[in-house]
Design a protein around this ligand. Structure first.
Ligand code: HEC
Ligand code: HEC
Ligand code: HEC
Ligand code: HEC
Length: 206
């Protein structure tokens, strides 16, 4: 319940933000907007829009009023398990209420699904900076020249971003010919096993 109330509060704040704070590019907030890091190497981002099964969202949403109320959702979104931001974040913080085919930043800039890292960076600026410079995430393709970076959402589900711990894989097989052979006397015994049994015998003798 507390979580729900907090989410409502965030939404109320977003909804009641004065219009001039949401002015389009070139408006009063233009100098506050994030323009990337000039020293970071040039890059492209591996696109993700083609991975979205429900895109284009406007197929349904252009007929619907946006509903900012945190709630259990019915189909087609009943599968969205939302665990992000400890109750402080809800859908329309990131999804653009006025054009559902896009995302939005904290400054209400419209962002393409392929540029989701701009949305994440609004609240996780440190990680985003590491990502720009190659200290977080993964780059694919060239080392030299333009790099292709995986978007944040390649690895983090934006609705449940914590990466779950995994069971480690079983150890690799020993190189052919180096396995322990059944019935081969000392191969079964480790060096220290022999010493420890000798020690045991010695102590038993006293
Ligand atoms: C097949 C129709 C359909 C498609 C396609 C669809 N939605 Fe929805 N969406 C719905 C319905 C219906 C609801 C209301 C569900 C409810 O109230 O329980 C909804 C609600 C939502 C909400 C909750 C906020 C609100 O305004 O109600 C979000 C966020 C959302 N959709 C995002 C998306 C995004 C992003 C896409 C595209 C990737 C998308 N939807 C595609 C039908 C659709
Ligand atoms: C922190 C920002 C954020 C919040 C909050 C958020 N989303 Fe998303 N959502 C995204 C991003 C980013 C993507 C694109 C994911 C990708 O690239 O795989 C996305 C994708 C989707 C899609 C498309 C999935 C598909 O396969 O077609 C739907 C539907 C959706 N969100 C609905 C919701 C609903 C409903 C809520 C609220 C319960 C919500 N989102 C909350 C950021 C967010
Ligand atoms: C509106 C602000 C906001 C946006 C936008 C946002 N996050 Fe978060 N995120 C949070 C908050 C708040 C937490 C919870 C931190 C906590 O519990 O201390 C969180 C937690 C996380 C965590 C888990 C960190 C932890 O310490 O457990 C990851 C990973 C994460 N977010 C990734 C993302 C990604 C990827 C995106 C973009 C798709 C994104 N976030 C967008 C606010 C945001
Ligand atoms: C190649 C995969 C990958 C990409 C791309 C990626 N991350 Fe991560 N991220 C991880 C992994 C793995 C962790 C460590 C998870 C853990 O320790 O639980 C992590 C951790 C985090 C955490 C902190 C979780 C914590 O416990 O402190 C945040 C926040 C985060 N990532 C945000 C982002 C943002 C924002 C982007 C994009 C700018 C991004 N990540 C891109 C894989 C990725």
């Amino acid at each position: 319940m507390k979580r729900l109330l907090m989410a409502c509060l965030v939404l109320a704040m977003v909804a009641s933000a004065p219009a001039e704070e949401n002015a389009p590019l070139g408006g009063p907030a233009a100098d506050l907007r994030f323009k990337g890091y000039p020293d970071a190497p040039a890059f492209t981002v591996v696109p993700r829009k083609d991975k979205l099964s429900l895109y284009p969202c406007s197929n349904c949403h252009r007929f619907m009023e946006p509903n900012p109320k945190p709630r259990d959702l019915s189909p087609p979104h009943n599968a969205v398990e939302f665990q992000h931001g400890a109750g402080r974040v809800w859908c329309l913080v990131c999804h653009n209420p006025t054009d559902r085919d896009t995302l939005r930043t904290q400054l209400d800039e419209q962002v393409d699904f392929n540029d989701a890292y701009l949305v994440c960076g609004g609240c996780h600026a440190d990680r985003q900076k590491d990502w720009y410079f190659g200290g977080h995430g993964k780059r694919v393709g060239n080392w030299q020249g333009e790099r292709a970076l995986y978007n944040c959402t390649h690895c983090h589900n934006p609705h449940e971003p914590v990466i779950q711990a995994r069971e480690p894989m079983p150890p690799p097989p020993v190189r052919a010919g180096l396995e322990r052979k059944d019935g081969h006397g000392h191969a079964k015994q480790r060096v220290w096993d022999r010493y420890s049994s000798e020690l045991k015998e010695a102590s038993n003798a006293h």
